[in-house]
Design a protein around this ligand. Sequence first.
Ligand code: SF4
Length: 275
Amino acid sequence: MEIKEILAKKILTEAKGYLDVCFTHSLNPYSGCAFSCRYCYVREMPIQRIKEIPWGEWLNIKTNAAENYQKEIIKFRKKNNPVNLFMSSATDPYQPIERKANITRGILEAMIEAPPDFLQIQTRGPLITRDIDLLIKLKEKCDVLVSMTIETDREDIKQTFAPLAPGMKLRIKALKEVHDAGISTQASISPVLPFTPDFPKELDGIVDHIWIDTLSIGDGAMDKCSERLGMPQLFQQHELSQWYQRDLHVKVEKYFKNYFPSEMIRVSKKDAFPR
Ligand code: SF4
């Protein structure tokens, strides 16, 4: 892994595409991502396409992220604009390096001093439980939603599609800890991967919202990006093609509505991000 410390010009990026429905900005404490999920759409974005090093094998640590946040939020506040943040859209704020680098933790500390209106943390990293102390303080000042990506409840499937990402049991346990601390939580089934019939039961009592997205509707290019990443072939290779269908989100939504009230469930492209 090639790791560099960099000084980023700025840390808040204006939200575009699917994000701009409910967010004003995305915030990425790192560029690159050690979790290296095989379906990751960032692999197809310019930041990776112009690189010679494969996705998952490089990482930039934005050492001035908290400092930049402080400066940039002051500007937005002066203009009286709302600030609804999505952290993160093109990296994971709780990937392994965060344990030492503390970039995300530094940003949360800065947010306690100068909060946004809304912060959604999107992660696969159980390390988020380290920062529960800060999240408790922050939720007194703004809306906070911790959204853990839980694409499946099957460890074997996780190993096939995202072998370097944390295990599913660890993620579910971490989300429970966050929920037990009184912080709003979401399970982001994104992208939907093959799961067991008991999946909804495993989320029962630990989530306030469920977000459903699939490789077909959520790759930012209506399937094209997932196709370029070889996802249909990967599903086929493992005899899972029945899980790679354009209407998969409809079936999954229906299945989860047998267990959870409709208002808890949101589906990508159909509904806005829940607040
Ligand atoms: S955790 Fe997110 S950013 Fe990182 S590789 Fe997986 S999908 Fe991509």
